[in-house]
Write a protein that binds this ligand. Structure first.
Ligand SMILES: Cc1cc2nc3c(=O)[nH]c(=O)nc-3n(C[C@H](O)[C@H](O)[C@H](O)COP(=O)(O)OP(=O)(O)OC[C@H]3O[C@@H](n4cnc5c(N)ncnc54)[C@H](O)[C@@H]3O)c2cc1C
Length: 525
């Protein structure tokens, strides 16, 4: 059993399969495992989650199956999910606790404070109905099996129990633009934009794009809330990957780093092989790819091995990257306007949102449609050293900044534009945290091109492909191929380009392992 890629999903698949007694080899192209979940040192003593900065959330079931706590994993959930900053210096904290959030929202609007609990409860109820879908293999479109229909039937039954109001909401919301959804609930722009941001996270879409409410529903299915979670691993996200790698190794898997695969051959025969960049050939009973679908089918597999119809659909699979990262080492905690009280460390402990209005977010997206990065980007920021001081020298901090929109397809060259992007972001941050520039000790800029070239993400797409309605659930990555199997009998997929999509959840890896084990047991491979 050979797994190409040691991203968190590849490691989850490896650990499950090795635990079931199979001989597993993981081949990771980079010098470290983890893919999007890596901790990097950006200056002596300053360590940061270079890409992914808060877990999806990671599946508690997978964590317990693989006993990750025993391998040192410690997850931390701050009290604040997200702190929204306004250019006028006002702030709005969304806590995990609804009552605390309501008292914050009251400062903006009594009507919104009244609506907020029902908004939270409705998404929680709907999330509970959708939750079984995320750990389920999407049913076959053409020939659903009895078991698949049974599982779907159970979801249908739970749906009927929701009651008319939530049933209608669920049916209506999926295809809606998230800007419309939030404006039906709230009148405060800052609150609307903060919630809507989840619908466009990592997407080539603005809040007025159709189908962006799906992101909120999916988040609710993952953790019961429409608003992005802020859960960190102690030691940065690389600690999650390290625990997964240890769990896989303990179960007997072998993990090789600096082992980039250049080709997969014979995957439709009984003797598939992977070929490493140095020319080494490794035979395997089954090959599982944690690389994204475009990399797998358009770069690693020889096109002559694939049906032209499948190939042309894969060429249309969309991966338009829109995210850059800026990671900063800071001499001290920046003073954000409006967050200077004694509770600053609590308030800044979750995600920090800059993107105060729906129109602001839409304008930020507009730029990327025309190959430019936003003059005023949407920023999703974390300061993980507040919750985990081990990440920076005493009294100092690291800041991780998700910058959207920064298009992979840029007018001009990312090589010469990275400083301009960095300057843009720091200039924007100065408006919210005056004096911030003077605190910067070191920085790391990661453009969408870097995401492709260094981290192996086609088109620099953070989720291995858009999570729009046409690339979702039974359509992910392609209609007819959403069950982790591929047209090549002995080749499987296990990464974020499969259901349930991107995010540090471990679910794709666990679902794929289950399907592979099922095929092995049935003697199909
Ligand atoms: C900038 C950024 C920010 C993000 N922020 C968040 C966040 O805050 N929260 C969240 O939940 N998710 C976030 N994500 C998304 C999350 O990181 C991904 O969904 C997740 O990493 C997918 O995991 P994976 O294991 O499927 O794939 P990956 O993490 O992409 O791992 C794939 C692995 O395969 C390896 N590989 C690829 N090709 C080859 C080859 N030919 N040979 C050998 N190895 C190969 C790669 O090096 C990589 O290690 C972010 C992603 C990025 C890029």
């Amino acid at each position: 059993m050979t797994i190409i890629g040691g991203g968190h999903n590849g490691l989850v698949t490896a650990a499950y399969l090795a635990k079931s007694g199979l001989k597993v080899l993981v081949l990771e192209g980079r010098e470290v495992v983890g893919g999007g979940a890596v901790t990097e040192e950006i200056a002596p003593g300053f360590r940061v989650s270079a890409l992914d900065h808060a877990a999806g959330p990671f599946s508690t079931e997978v964590a317990s199956d693989l006993n990750l706590a025993k391998f040192g994993l410690q997850m931390m959930t701050p009290e604040v999910r997200v702190l929204a900053l306004s250019p006028d210096g006002r702030t709005l904290a969304i806590y995990n606790d609804t009552a605390r959030t309501v008292s914050e929202v009251k400062n903006f609007s009594a009507n919104d404070a009244e609506s907020y609990p029902e908004f939270v409860n409705s998404f929680a109820r709907i999330g509970r109905v959708l939750a079984p879908l995320v750990s389920m293999t999407p049913p076959s479109i053409n020939r659903p099996s009895k078991a698949e229909l049974w599982e779907l039937g159970k979801v249908g039954l739970a749906f009927r129990k929701l009651g008319k109001k939530d049933e209608y909401r669920l049916l209506r919301w999926g295809p809606m633009a998230v800007a419309d959804l939030v404006s039906e609930w709230f009148e405060t722009e800052l609150l609307r934009a903060t919630i809507a941001a989840r619908g466009i996270y990592g997407a080539f879409a603005g809040p007025w794009s159709a189908g962006t409410s799906l992101g909120l529903l999916w988040q609710a299915a993952m953790d019961g809330s429409a608003i992005g979670s802020a859960t960190y691993a102690k030691g940065g996200m690389g600690a999650l990957s390290a625990a997964l790698a240890d769990a896989a190794k303990k179960a007997g898997a072998e993990i090789r780093t600096r082992a980039a695969v250049s080709a997969i051959t014979g995957a439709d025969t009984d003797a598939p092989k992977v070929i490493l960049e140095g020319g080494e050939e490794i035979e395997s009973r089954v090959v599982v790819s944690n690389a994204d679908p475009r990399t797998t089918f358009l770069e690693l597999v020889d096109p002559v091995d694939l049906d032209p119809n499948f190939l042309s659909k894969m060429r249309n699979y969309r991966t338009p990257g829109t995210v850059a990262k800026l990671n900063l080492a800071l001499d001290s905690l920046p003073a954000f306007r409006g967050v200077d009280g004694g509770d600053a460390r609590v308030k800044l402990g979750g995600r920090i949102h800059i993107g105060p209005e729906i129109d602001y977010l839409e304008r930020a997206f507009d730029a990327s449609k025309y190959g430019e990065f936003s003059a005023e980007p949407y920023l999703d920021i974390t300061i993980p050293s507040l919750n985990d001081p081990s990440l920076a020298p005493e009294g100092k901090h690291v800041m991780s900044i998700h910058v959207q929109f920064a298009p992979y397809k840029l007018k001009g060259d990312w090589g010469t534009k990275r400083e301009e992007l960095q300057e843009n972001v720091i200039g924007l941050l100065e408006k919210y945290a005056p004096g911030m520039r003077g605190l910067i000790v070191a920085q790391q800029v990661i453009t969408p091109l870097d995401l492709e070239q260094t981290y192996g993400l086609s088109g620099g797409h953070i989720h291995h492909g858009e999570q729009s309605l046409d690339q979702f659930f039974t359509f992910r990555p392609l209609i007819g191929w959403a069950q982790y199997r591929t047209p090549l009998k002995r080749l499987y997929l296990c990464g974020a380009g499969t259901h349930p999509g991107g995010g540090l959840t471990g679910l794709n890896g666990a679902n794929a392992a289950r399907e592979i084990a099922r095929d092995l047991k049935a003697g199909k491979v």
